[in-house]
Design a protein around this ligand. Structure first.
Ligand code: MD3
Ligand code: FE
Length: 206
């Protein structure tokens, strides 16, 4: 059952069974083996993120001195990103998202990692939703409105939860306040892995 948390937000608690979470984690471990985690840095200051990242699909999000952007290659190995696992393409389709996902950003949160309040606006289109899949330890997720000063609310995202941010919610401010260490046994090394499926380029004409 999907819950409407705000205009355009659909939360699907436990969308993935334990078995489906394990199968998806195995797909992501293969992605990580081909495209190792890198640590993004803030463009102006060079300050490192506390979250490590990698990507799969034709495009991947990166952050370094030169800014935030999508590119077709890993910033350290120079290799093209690994293919989007079929399981993720099926999930995107099953949720009714349009066309094909072009990027899956994989965020890894060890104990103590967080992500400040931000908007995702490096994509060329906001016509497709962002689909978020949580694996491992529960996160305390903060979601606000389309301005930085709008009121925010806190939502817990547990392993297997999927959230679709479409329509007006596509441009909301959001972040991760903290990780509840030890809340899941899915990820052997502990911590949380979040996947965000995205469309980067404009949708193909109908
Ligand atoms: C709402 N990731 O990768 S997932 C991100 O848990 C990001 O790793 C967080 O924020 C994480 O950019 C939050 C929920 C989420 C992700 C992307 C969104 C919500 C969003 C993009 C637009 C609107
Ligand atoms: Fe984001």
């Amino acid at each position: 059952m999907a819950l409407a948390a705000a205009d355009g937000v659909s939360i699907h608690p436990n969308y993935l069974t334990g078995e489906a979470q394990a199968a998806l984690l195995a797909d992501i471990e293969a992605v990580i083996a081909a495209a190792p985690f890198f640590r993004p840095t803030m463009p102006r200051t060079g300050a490192p993120f506390s979250v490590e990242m990698t990507n799969c699909g034709p495009l991947g999000w990166v952050a370094d001195k030169n800014g935030y952007r999508y590119q077709a290659h890993h910033p350290e190995t120079g290799a093209p990103w690994p293919a989007m696992p079929e399981r993720l393409r099926a999930l995107w389709r099953d949720l009714g998202a349009p066309a094909e996902p072009e990027a899956c950003l994989v965020n890894r949160y060890p104990e103590g990692a967080k992500m400040g309040l931000h908007q995702d606006r490096d994509e060329e289109t906001f016509d497709a939703p962002v689909v978020s899949v949580s694996l491992g330890d529960t996160a305390v997720f903060r979601m606000g409105g389309t301005t930085r000063r709008a009121p925010t609310r806190s939502v817990r995202l547990a392993s297997g939860d999927v959230v679709v941010f479409g329509g007006p919610s596509r441009l909301i401010y959001h972040g991760i306040d903290r990780i509840l260490t030890g809340s899941s046994r899915l990820v052997p090394e502990g911590g949380r892995i979040n996947l965000t499926l995205r469309r980067v380029t404009p949708l193909p004409a109908a």
